[in-house]
Design a protein around this ligand. Structure first.
Ligand code: SF4
Length: 432
């Protein structure tokens, strides 16, 4: 029996798909060369915003058309979790709507109510297949204890459930044994990893919190960095970026800071039920650059959150110009069921949000291009991801730009290269 898994959405979903395929292998399935040849077609959906949901539905319908006669079509992931029954009703083409951690090969169609308590176990501890790339995501927790005004994730992924250090190390060691040189740690709220285990007294010997709550992540990062060349941390809630965590990240020699900022205007951030403002963010960025001038920064921002004004937009632009981030992603706000912002009166028209998004994107494109130009002539240690494609510590896989190198450099090797040219987000380099 052969399977095909189509994955939409963020890196966290890609990890889930890895786990799903790992499980299918243990159940005797092998990967099909294409969706058309598979006996089991799985769509791992994204429900983050409306555009992501539309893409998920379009993908399901397209695969329903191309699957071979008799092949089962299964929908899983965030849309399945969030709209189980509704989704099953709306898509009669689908044989099974499966929520997190449920079997994809159940004999009879099962529809799932969206309000059930999130499972404790999810997909986190399922086996995963060997990776062909020299890097891998490792998801260290599921769910989130925060309640940001725009975000529906806690309503269907549940409160945070952290994996144990041992489980994470076991997975990481297997990846390293398979040739992985870079581990990218992910969670909804990475810096809070371990808090629930401490609260739940699950027996983990976590140190007393003397570092603003980030001691568990600090210990994990230090331990992992002794076992793998690069450890990269994604999705850091800005108040979680304590000095102790900054120092730890700098010690690991991957000075890459993915800060989940969402905006720079204090009133708007409070409306989002989030911490911080432009001054606090700029202070932190400046402190990091004072310790490590070569630190790279990424963040993401929402445009058009309810109540957003022209003054908020001005503050965001001023922040972007002052912060000089290497990378930034921009999204228009989407009113999600179950969020506090969905019922707020002062919704911003979508067209206006789009206009603001275009404005900040254009500004950030120029900043990113300049930051990339500044690297020309420098020497960078490049991990070769695929023939002709590599990354330094400044580029996160799949999200940021790449470094083009000679296709003769072996995949998985780390090579010192001089940067010879810059093309917007991408660089070109020659091995020394
Ligand atoms: S921290 Fe992230 S996942 Fe958690 S509620 Fe806020 S936006 Fe959602």
């Amino acid at each position: 029996m052969q399977y095909w898994v189509e994955t939409l959405g963020c890196p966290k979903n890609h990890v889930d798909s890895d786990k799903l395929t790992g499980l299918l292998h243990t159940q005797g399935y092998t990967a099909a060369a294409s969706a058309e040849e598979a006996d089991l077609v799985v769509v791992n959906t994204c429900a983050f915003i409306e555009a992501a949901r539309e893409e998920s539905i379009e993908t399901v319908l397209a695969l329903a058309d191309v699957r071979q006669r008799g092949a089962r079509l299964v929908v899983t992931g965030c849309m399945a979790e969030r709209y189980g029954d509704e989704l099953a009703d709306a898509l009669p083409e689908v044989d099974l709507v499966a929520r997190f951690g449920e079997s994809l090969i159940a004999p009879t169609p099962v529809t799932i109510g969206g309000r059930r308590k999130a499972p404790d176990f999810d997909l986190l501890n399922l086996p995963r297949p060997a990776t062909t790339a020299p890097w891998a995501y490792v998801k260290i927790a599921e769910g989130c204890d925060r309640r940001c005004g725009f975000c529906a994730i806690p309503t269907f992924r549940g409160d945070q459930r952290s994996r144990s250090t041992e489980e994470i190390l076991t997975e990481a060691r297997a990846l390293v044994a398979g040739g992985v040189k870079e581990i990218v740690l992910i969670a909804q709220d990475l810096a809070s990893w371990g808090h629930d285990r401490r609260r739940g007294k699950l027996g983990e010997a976590l140190e007393v919190l003397d570092s603003g709550g980030t001691q568990p992540l600090i210990e994990l990062t230090r331990t992992l960095s002794k076992e793998v060349e690069r450890v990269r941390l994604l999705y850091l809630y800005p108040s979680g970026l304590t000095q102790a965590l900054i120092d730890t990240i700098l010690e690991t020699n991957v000075p890459y800071f993915d800060l989940s900022l969402q905006h720079a205007s204090r009133p708007l951030l409070r409306g989002m039920k989030r911490w911080g403002d432009a001054d606090k963010f700029l202070d932190r960025i400046a402190a990091i650059r004072a310790s490590e001038p070569n630190a790279a920064f990424r963040s993401s921002f929402i445009l058009g959150y309810p109540g957003e004004t022209e003054d908020d937009q001005r503050q965001l632009i001023e922040f972007l110009e002052a912060a000089q981030l290497d990378w930034a992603g921009f999204f228009t706000y989407s009113a999600e069921d179950g969020t506090t912002s969905a019922s707020m009166a002062n919704q911003v028209p979508h067209e206006l949000a789009l206009e603001r998004l275009r404005e900040v994107s254009e500004i950030q494109d120029g900043i990113t291009a300049r930051r990339r130009d500044e690297l020309v002539g420098t020497t960078q240690r490049v991990l070769i991801d695929a023939p002709g494609v590599g990354r330094s510590v400044r580029e996160c896989p799949e999200i940021d730009g790449i470094i083009r190198v000679s296709p003769l450099l072996p995949v998985g090797s780390l090579v010192d290269c001089v940067i010879t040219a810059s093309y917007g987000t991408d660089l070109e380099a020659t091995a020394l």
